[in-house]
Design a protein around this ligand. Structure first.
Ligand SMILES: Nc1ncnc2c1ncn2[C@@H]1O[C@H](COP(=O)(O)OP(=O)(O)OP(=O)(O)O)[C@@H](O)[C@H]1O
Ligand SMILES: [Mg+2]
Length: 353
């Protein structure tokens, strides 16, 4: 087979593909392969171009014994490290003196690697989060059986702490299940026609006593005009509950929380009619360094304070998924010392107005 035919065949391959013959030179490569390993690779010795021992060993062995092999190749696309699965196949009758060649096909498996890394991180985080209250519970059980056995006052105190810890575990498990559910139906469009005002009113009613305890008053900046949207009412209530609860828990020192609703016939973020719900607090705010990661699972801006307040760090991750399901957007703005503004933008359907 001539090199022209080989070039033509390789250029038709969608994956980075190249051929190396018995002279150890790269005799053909498609543009995808040149982008991956270097534009000047054609005609060069493969050892100088590929430079990764496992891959070099596989190529050398295949050229010698004509057996196929698989290995991996680590690259970098300028933005991130990438991982490729490489199959090295022997092809007889190609290359100098038709002595045979090795054909390499590179398959990008970066996303697979990333997904499994994320899974590992997630399991590690969950275990850690569960272990902390569990360790406390075990400690107190031991104390109640031993030193505090006949001390009724101490027992009462310990039981209170144990109850708090058990409740924390219960919240964590509840949030995990909730996250799992919203991730599961993220692609299913909500089909209920709901009135946004009612959801907000009901959320504010539910949180009134929490606000009173924290010395927070609600400023309700929306009028009676009903805003109709397609949504899952329970899920939206979950979104606003977490955002307003956060504003009370973390921004309550500001003394008030504003809930503002504005509608627009053309919402720039959606390029369609939309409604914005803003939850504004006047507390300490969030350091801008935290903002890009604030919706990640278990991410807490102020770790110690958030834990002390019983937070699981899953609230905003759930919020984010629910808003995605509703084809909406979440924006967070904050100036340290002046408070934080969480904006939820949701599409409004014209035929519902
Ligand atoms: N309004 C706010 N002001 C200051 N910090 C905030 C505010 N809202 C959220 N945060 C920070 O973002 C973190 C993540 O919030 P998130 O709702 O995801 O978790 P949580 O409130 O700790 O736990 P959960 O909501 O599951 O009870 C919080 O721990 C807190 O540090
Ligand atoms: Mg929260």
């Amino acid at each position: 087979m001539g090199n022209d035919v080989l070039d033509a065949l390789l250029s038709a391959f969608p994956l980075p593909t190249l051929a190396i013959d018995g002279t150890e030179r790269i005799i053909a490569a498609n543009t995808e392969a040149l982008t991956l390993i270097g534009q000047q690779a054609l005609g060069r010795n493969y050892v100088t171009m590929l430079r990764q021992p496992a891959l070099l060993d596989a190529i050398e062995a295949t050229l010698q014994d004509g057996q196929s092999r698989g290995t991996s190749y680590l690259g970098n696309d300028g933005a991130q490290d990438t991982t490729f699965r490489v199959s090295v196949r022997a092809v007889p009758g190609v290359g100098r003196n038709a002595a045979g060649a090795a054909i390499l096909v590179f398959e990008d498996i970066t996303h697979v690697e990333q997904a499994s890394q994320m899974r590992r991180d997630f399991v590690a985080n969950v275990s850690h989060e569960l272990r902390t209250p569990l360790t406390a519970l075990m400690g107190f059980i031991e104390t109640l059986r031993g030193p505090a056995r006949n001390d009724a006052a101490a027992a009462e105190r310990f039981l209170n702490i144990m109850q708090d810890e058990a409740e924390r575990m219960n919240r964590l498990v509840g949030d995990l299940m909730s996250l799992n559910r919203v991730e599961g139906d993220e692609r299913v469009r909500p089909t209920e026609a709901v009135v946004l005002n009612d959801i907000l009113d009901s959320t504010l009613r539910t949180l009134r006593s929490l606000a009173e305890e924290a010395g927070v008053t609600f400023e309700r900046e929306f009028n009676g005009d009903p805003v109709h949207i397609m949504a899952d009412a329970d899920q939206l209530k979950q979104v606003f509950t977490n955002l307003i609860e956060n504003a009370i828990k973390y921004g309550g020192s500001g003394g008030r929380v504003t809930v503002r609703v504005t509608t627009s016939g053309r919402e720039p973020a959606l390029r369609a009619p939309g409604v914005r719900v803003q939850i504004v607090d006047y507390g300490p705010g969030i350091d801008p360094v935290h903002l890009p990661r604030i919706t990640e699972r278990f991410y807490r801006a102020d770790d110690h304070r958030s834990r002390a307040l019983g937070g699981t760090g899953l609230g905003l991750a759930i919020v984010k998924h629910i808003i995605n399901r509703h084809r909406g957007r979440l924006r967070v703005e904050s100036t340290l010392g002046e408070g934080a503004t969480f904006t939820v933008v949701l599409p409004m359907h014209e035929n519902l107005r």
